[in-house]
Design a protein around this ligand. Sequence first.
Ligand code: FAE
Length: 531
Amino acid sequence: MSGVSRRGFIAGTGSLLGAAVLAGRAPAARAAVITSGERVPALVIGTGYGGAVAALRLAEAGVAVHMVEMGMAWDTPGPDGKIFCSTLAPDQRSYWLRTRTKAPLNYFLGFPIDRDIPRYTGILDAEEFSGITVYQGRGVGGGSLVNGGMAVTPKRENFATVLPSVNADEMYATYYPRANAGLGVGLIDPAWFDTTACYQYSRVGRKHAQRSGFPFVFVPDVYDWDYMKREAAGTATKSALAGEILYGNNHGKKSLQQTYLARARATGRVTISALHKVTSVTPASGGGYTVVIDQLNTSGATTATKTVTADRVFFAAGSVGTSKLLVKLKATGALPNLNNEIGKGWGDNGNVMCGRANHLWDPTGKLQSTIPCSGIDNWSAGGAFAEVAPLPTGIETFASFYLSITKNPNRAAFTWNSATSSVDLNWQTAWKQPSIDMAKTIFDKINAKEGTIYRTDLFGIYKIWGDHLTYHPLGGAVLNKATDNYGRLTAYPGLYVIDGALIPGNTSVNPFVTITALAERNIDTIIATDL
Ligand code: FAE
């Protein structure tokens, strides 16, 4: 990271100055801030899974890469000595430019739990469209900063519906294993699972699933399971066992900062500008692309606008970020020849949440690991895969809580709204009904068997279903439709899509392993044939 000026670093991160890293964590990716007038061989928009894979593999192939990330660097502790705040005490670090939290599970015992916070470029964006709130990570590491780390490879038999134009043999022989290795995926020790207090909620989930005849599966994760054992034993600082998840984990979780981005940085060819947001990409007169970038401060205001030239641009701003950019660039004439599939095929991975009220003799435990490790698989029979999710409130709730991924067939489209100069998404809340029906194939049966009922106090007053949100936006620049079969935007040589926007709305399980594996596959071909 030569050429990182102290002034530039501060401007780039917008972070409080302090110790560089927390004890026991690898240094996060540091920024050398991009300057106006620069020419870069490869510019990657966004630092999530797709972007991190592209940056690492391009750098390994000898290409200098600049990554541009609208969120913060998240490499510097705040005044409390921690980089990230806990879900139990959200502060300004929690939300992207909001003055009030917008917790996915926004009620408890019928009372709203959101609270006022200072407006800041926090880590979790609850982006509101008509009919759906889309949660996304903001910062160097993208969604890997905020997610549960559940690292699931779809069942082979479902792959043809996930990515119909992709050779499954290649994916399962080469790219899924490569992605799993690169992400540091591991499985909980089943013997420890059976005894530790922090997974009592999952064991209750297992018991109820099995008594109703549903297959119960352990789900791999990128959390360091040995570290969690030490948390439970009291020999390591608690993170998963201290309510840390939605707003970042200070220890234990292997986010992209610890995996792909650390390796990319170690090549010496990758630099990252945090708090920089790409607003335009258009062909440059002398070849390559002119990229316009706003530098932001921690209030979200633009402090500088920079123009750079890139030989190649990789759109890795996430399903929503990439779709919004491409739809705008096509509609406003910056990239008019993008095809008419741009913005289409967007889905919510069928996400729907619910809770069940257990009997008083069936407690789920007041200590709950924030990292889910198990699921109920009813995909082939009922179209639902339900993750047994934690409710880490610190008190006994007698609740079982689930995030279901369902085979919801509805797809939405992003369109340019010239009146508001912004991008709309035409999803409707009623489109979640198939997801609710599919989730009910599991939970109606369990409730009948156990003599239990749904919780009605977690998403409002007398509201059972969390049908207002998704954690898993997918699509908007679908592979082999908006792009060629490797993510190339063929009307514009040198422009690529390499993130969740490529996936047509559903992965049958949690999506980031598939996003990573697809990016590995596409960049292999792009490096071999285009560079
Ligand atoms: P993503 O990781 O979203 O990265 C895109 C990056 O681009 C972000 O850092 C943005 O800030 C940045 N960006 C956007 N627009 C711009 C712009 N104009 N200029 C510069 N930068 C920009 O994209 N998935 C799982 O598989 N397992 C889980 O357990 C899981 N749990 C989740 C829990 C939560 C609360 C959330 C929100 C998501 C969860 N996900 C989970 C979903 C997963 O994180 C998501 O699918 C991936 O992060 C998407 O990867 P992409 O590379 O597409």
